[in-house]
Design a protein around this ligand. Structure first.
Ligand code: HEC
Ligand code: HEC
Length: 199
């Protein structure tokens, strides 16, 4: 599995160079984020994603993508507009150190959700999510593969639909757009529910 993930990373050119954020400096400017994402990056409301433990490289990339518009979101664009690269890297370092809380998976979705996550769908060419996001959903931070486990299911579903429709297009080499395009609504629904309880 490790070998597969590494060859996927290399073939996608996704090996991200390590960021050098300062978590202490990030903490000092993180209060502005708490209103929506929670004090420790674990938002209570499913309309806001949990950002605790996502992975430093992934976090820094998302903040820069919101700022440049590569990831199009009006709320987050406003939040990062006044931040420079160093501040975004510091915030990424800070939230990467926070521990992610876990939710519960709806029972009727677990079977298909787990199958999709662990094995994908050979018939339609959906790869196993765990090849990149890891078995327990903690991701692979050095490669920029975000942690998914414990995330609000509604947020995961919204992102998969956004990738599917091309509304989110900041994934290198179209990796997630290509995967989401191959997924059925039922698979998206089930895997999103499964991920909410994954740890
Ligand atoms: C007013 C509410 C609000 C505030 C304040 C806010 N955010 Fe967000 N944030 C959001 C929303 C909504 C999204 C989801 C955007 C989407 O659907 O693409 C988001 C998404 C994100 C993501 C992407 C998460 C992922 O899993 O890809 C990161 C990282 C993030 N915010 C970091 C921050 C940081 C750091 C701050 C403080 C500087 C902050 N946010 C302040 C509302 C907010
Ligand atoms: C080949 C590696 C790879 C595989 C396999 C993969 N992903 Fe991803 N995924 C990524 C990368 C890379 C990103 C980050 C894209 C970016 O930089 O914005 C991502 C991002 C995501 C996100 C957005 C997370 C967030 O916090 O906003 C979701 C949701 C997601 N993947 C779900 C899945 C699901 C479900 C599967 C299985 C059906 C899957 N992925 C399979 C590489 C992969």
């Amino acid at each position: 599995m490790k070998k597969l993930a590494i060859s996927l990373m290399l073939s996608l050119g996704l090996v991200v160079t390590a960021q050098a954020g300062d978590a202490g400096a990030g903490k000092k400017i993180s209060a502005a984020c708490a209103a929506c994402h929670g004090q420790d990056g674990n938002s209570a409301a499913p309309s806001f994603p949990k950002i605790a433990g996502l992975g430093e490289a992934y976090l820094a990339k998302q903040l820069k993508d919101f700022k440049s518009g590569a990831r199009d979101n009006a709320i987050m664009k406003g939040q990062v507009a006044a931040l420079n690269d160093k501040q975004m890297e510091d915030l990424a370092a800070y939230f990467a150190t926070k521990k992610r809380t876990v939710g519960y998976a709806a029972k009727d979705k677990v079977a298909l959700g787990e199958k999709t996550y662990r094995a994908g769908n050979k018939a339609t060419g959906v790869p196993a999510c765990m090849a990149c996001h890891s078995m327990d959903g903690s991701g692979m931070s050095a490669a920029g593969f975000p942690a998914l486990g414990g995330q609000h299911g509604a947020y995961i579903k919204a992102q998969l639909v956004a990738f599917q429709e091309g509304k989110r297009a900041n994934d290198a080499s179209d990796v997630m757009r290509d995967i989401a395009a191959r997924m059925s609504n039922k698979e998206i629904d089930a895997v999103s529910a499964y991920i909410q309880g994954l740890h």
